[in-house]
Design a protein around this ligand. Structure first.
Ligand code: HEC
Ligand code: HEC
Length: 311
């Protein structure tokens, strides 16, 4: 050893510190990579499941796919052309719903049922990348495999359109899809928001329609700083994440309409005071109006069982 002992010792400590820091960095990076490894369904998950396209159509309207994936002003038959369209403004940037038409190149016509299941319930693309939760897979995660496969069969009957999907416009850190894996660990869950053990069959049907398909919480539940839903305030309302104003609470604390009035609103858009549904709710009503009356009644019955939370 040539240099003064003190310095050599100092360098040694520094070296140890650097090695520790690098080691921790690698371990942290490795942990990030492991924690954010996409979780997907086993290949056998869709085997032997029989598709029912008529049921798929119900899932399609209840799930509101056309609201985002058809051209924004589309009405009538044009709502069935899922060439992509709606731009979703969020604090993280603008997301544009892609082409999910039956076109094999521009759309999802070439996908297998298994790939579709992974997109809908796990938020993972055929290439193994994460989708952004602007696509409400966090709600669709609660769908049954039968409904996913039936929805896919219905989508396959809709027109193919070769319009390419438009890119998102996001701030830099949010362009890295891998980080969504951490977000999923925090917010992606298949447990019900309303998990009272004594729900009637009708209330449970309404819960499935509202939580798994209709994704009411995507708009009516307030979000935290990471854009995740605040579980304790399910459907309590809050600031509109993509624009002006607030979204009303629809727990029994604010929504005091009768079940029949709620079901009527979901059909016609008219409130008991004869105001009409505006904003994005007008679109939701157009979709829900296509369901059987019993489905709207079930959603109304479910809303009465949501824990009341003041806005
Ligand atoms: C609130 C708007 C919204 C609704 C409602 C919605 N989506 Fe999407 N969807 C998106 C966005 C945005 C993306 C893009 C996500 C990304 O790039 O990470 C997407 C992506 C997808 C993809 C992946 C497409 C690809 O090319 O990889 C599929 C499949 C899909 N949606 C199907 C559906 C179906 C089926 C429904 C109805 C049950 C639906 N979506 C409802 C916004 C929506
Ligand atoms: C894309 C966002 C969005 C989704 C999804 C959504 N809503 Fe709404 N909802 C709104 C907005 C915005 C309003 C306020 C409408 C207005 O101002 O006329 C509203 C209003 C309502 C109202 C009337 C409340 C009042 O006091 O006037 C009810 C009831 C309601 N929604 C129920 C539901 C149910 C049930 C679902 C799921 C099946 C749902 N909403 C899904 C955005 C949404």
């Amino acid at each position: 050893m040539t240099g003064p002992v003190g310095i050599a010792k100092g360098t040694g400590m520094l070296g140890t510190l650097i090695r520790w820091a690098v080691g921790a960095g690698i371990a942290g990076g490795a942990a990030f990579w492991v924690l954010t490894d996409p979780v997907t369904a086993p290949a056998s998950a869709t085997e032997g499941i029989v598709a029912d396209p008529a049921r798929g159509e119900v899932v399609f309207w209840a799930g509101g796919c056309a609201s985002c994936h058809a051209a924004p002003e589309a009405t009538g038959e044009a709502k069935l052309v899922l060439a992509g369209g709606r731009a979703l403004e969020t604090p993280f940037g603008t997301f544009r719903a892609p082409n999910i038409s039956a076109d094999p190149e521009a759309g999802i016509g070439a996908w297998t049922d298994h790939q579709f299941l992974n997109a809908m319930r796990h938020g993972v693309s055929p290439e193994g990348a994460f989708y952004y939760p602007a696509f409400p897979y966090t709600s669709y995660a609660k769908m049954t495999v039968e409904d996913v496969v039936s929805l896919r069969a219905f989508l396959a009957t809709l027109p193919a359109d070769a319009t390419p999907s438009q890119p998102h416009d996001l701030a830099l850190p949010f362009r890295l899809r891998r980080g969504v894996g951490l977000w999923n660990l925090m917010y992606l869950s298949s447990t019900w928001a309303v998990d009272a053990p004594d729900l009637t069959e009708v209330e449970a049907q309404g819960r499935y329609l509202a939580e798994a398909l209709g994704h009411c919480g995507e708009c009516h539940t307030p979000r935290d700083a990471f854009g995740g839903p605040v579980a304790a305030r399910h459907l309590a309302g809050g600031p509109n994440p993509s624009g002006e104003g607030t979204i009303p609470g629809i727990t029994p604390a604010t929504l005091t309409w009768t079940e029949a009035e709620i079901a009527g609103y979901l059909m016609t858009g008219f409130t008991p005071e004869f105001d009409s549904a505006g904003g994005h709710m007008a679109d939701v009503v157009q979709n829900l109006a296509r369901l059987a009356p019993g489905d709207r009644d079930a959603i109304a019955a479910y809303l009465k069982r949501v824990p009341p939370v003041a806005p």
